[in-house]
Design a binder for this molecule. Structure first.
Ligand SMILES: CC(C)(COP(=O)(O)OP(=O)(O)OC[C@H]1O[C@@H](n2cnc3c(N)ncnc32)[C@H](O)[C@@H]1OP(=O)(O)O)[C@@H](O)C(=O)NCCC(=O)NCCS
Length: 177
């Protein structure tokens, strides 16, 4: 998860590139799971999940700024938002860098493939909007998230000391080409 202070980058639209990692999802509880772009009506549920997931949650306004952007996706099950991912693509020294800024699943729905489903959709969306690689930050102690990211081909790139107000972040990256 990245700081909400850096959510103002814009998207860049370019060629489609397809992700090449195949992931199996647990079949139970996810039969009706769908992943779609976030809408304003989803924000309350998104913020509730955010508050239940992080010690320093993004505020409502941070999510509001991403409405309409293709990298803001929600996972919906039985009509309820059960998770979300926020990502974008920014121009960086002549390259298009995808950035997964935030991802969380409702505490009651974790461990059932929702996080995997969100990343499975998010990475191709970022690729389709020009990203040639995707990066993210994760708390050093967040073994669950690191496991998930490794499963999707992300590798540790560098450490950012004290990124999370007392805890280091590990920057992980996955090349898409
Ligand atoms: C990280 C998170 C998004 C994963 O979502 P999820 O729906 O539980 O993930 P999945 O069910 O798709 O699991 C994906 C993989 O990650 C692993 N994993 C997920 N949470 C884990 C945990 N707490 N400990 C160990 N492994 C974990 C699973 O074992 C699974 O791997 P496997 O298929 O090889 O068993 C979810 O746990 C969450 O919302 N955590 C709180 C917010 C957070 O930390 N977000 C990441 C910020 S960088």
């Amino acid at each position: 998860m990245s700081s909400p202070g850096v959510v103002s980058e814009r998207f860049f639209y370019r060629r489609p590139v397809h992700a090449n990692v195949t992931v199996q999802f647990p079949a139970d509880r996810n039969d009706d799971l769908s992943i779609r772009p976030a809408k304003r009506a989803d924000l309350l549920a998104v913020v509730r999940i955010e508050n239940a997931s992080f010690p320093q949650p993004w505020p409502h306004e941070a999510f509001e700024r991403f409405l309409g952007e293709p990298g803001f996706l929600v996972a919906v099950s039985d009509g309820a938002v059960v998770g979300y991912v926020v990502g974008d693509v920014v121009s960086n020294v002549g390259r298009q860098l995808g950035h997964i800024k935030d991802v969380a699943v409702h505490p009651d729905r974790r461990g059932n493939g929702v996080g995997s489903a969100l990343l499975s959709r998010s990475i191709p969306v970022l690729a389709a909007h020009g990203a040639d690689s995707v990066k993210l930050e994760v708390r050093e102690s967040n073994d669950g998230a690191k496991h998930l990211y490794r499963k999707f081909g992300f590798e540790p790139l560098r450490r950012v000391p004290d990124y999370y107000d007392g805890e280091d972040a590990i920057v992980m990256i996955r090349k898409l080409e």
